[in-house]
Design a protein around this ligand. Structure first.
Ligand code: AMP
Length: 304
């Protein structure tokens, strides 16, 4: 591979509300449209897809990098979440983003980040009572709250989110609609490794060949469910068959793979389905070692 000898000027990094708003105000004054790509950093090709699409959808792209404490539960990985900031700046620069908004925690939460000290967005129970909302109490309140703050700070014309976190996206769409926020939400398809594993900053925790092998059961469960849905009208049966075909206790003697949920839901409110009605979504979450992985696939047409 030829080394990349291009000399790039690093894009500006704003740490305060005033700094990011100054950039945005200048661009808006010049008639430019603004896209926001909210992230928690440790950027990978999935984030890159969002940034590339943002460049097509608007004249200027702001990437926010903020590991949001209020969306993590007390036993979760807030402290150990990867934060390779210098690498992220290089990556955003190479992708042609225009500004990084990376506020320190107390810039976004000056009065402390204990949830009960804050005004928070409460997404509808119907959307959050199940699936990731059930296993991560308070998670979607934290996500919706920080996204509302970022949208209010940057005031973009468009904000981009990945289909990878589809329940999160449903919560954000609902918030934007319920609060009449003047922003367009764009969805970007999930970027995967060639072996099918959806890219995630948390994949870095899969640091043994054993964990990497077991992680592939996540996309395999989705494919197996899709396949089963072409054979049986009963979703219960399809899910049981899919689990039986993928989960093999002999290949996981230490029980490193713990399935949290595998389900087929209707695509608006994420209610579970008993018989297939389109559009629907196959959703899965599992713990592989200590790493929680999620994935999903939308079903628009009946599986072949
Ligand atoms: P995160 O940094 O994990 O909070 O993700 C920031 C944004 O990137 C969210 O909108 C995610 O849905 C999106 N994203 C994360 N992984 C992927 C992926 N593999 N493909 C597409 N989008 C992704």
């Amino acid at each position: 591979m030829t080394p990349d000898t291009t000399i790039r000027t690093m894009i500006p990094t704003a740490e305060t509300l005033e700094a990011v708003r100054t950039h945005v105000a200048q661009w808006k004054e010049a008639g430019k449209s603004i896209a926001l790509v909210p992230t928690m950093g440790a950027l990978h090709e999935g984030h890159a897809a969002l940034i590339r699409q943002a460049k097509k959808s608007a004249d200027r792209v702001v990437v926010s990098i903020f590991v949001n404490p209020i969306q993590f539960g007390p036993q979760e990985d807030y402290q150990r979440y990867p934060r390779p900031f210098a690498q992220d700046v290089d990556y955003c620069t190479a992708l042609g983003a225009d500004c990084i908004f990376a506020p320190p925690t107390d810039v976004l939460y000056p009065d402390g980040n204990q949830p009960e000290q804050l005004s928070r967005v409460l997404p509808p129970e119907r959307l959050t009572a199940r699936w990731c909302g059930a296993s991560r109490p308070g998670h979607f309140v934290g996500v919706a709250t920080v996204v509302l703050k970022l949208l209010n700070i940057v005031q973009p014309h468009v904000a981009l989110f990945g289909e990878k976190d589809a329940q999160q996206l449903a919560v954000i769409r609902q918030m934007v609609s319920d609060f009449n926020l003047p922003v367009r939400i764009e969805e970007v398809p999930t970027v995967r490794q060639p072996n099918g594993l959806a890219l995630s900053s948390r994949n870095q925790y899969l640091n043994t060949p054993e964990l990497q092998r077991l992680a592939l059961w996540v996309p395999q469960l989705i494919e197996a469910t899709r396949d089963q849905l072409s054979r049986t009208a009963s979703i219960h049966e399809a899910l049981e068959n899919a689990k039986a075909s993928v989960l093999n206790t002999h290949q996981d003697p230490q029980q490193l793979f713990q399935l949290e949920y595998l389900a087929v839901v209707e695509d608006t409110h994420w209610e579970p389905l008993e018989t297939l009605r389109l559009p629907a979504r196959i959703i899965v979450a599992a713990r592989v070692g200590t790493t929680r992985l999620i994935d999903n696939q939308r079903l628009l047409a009946s599986p072949p």
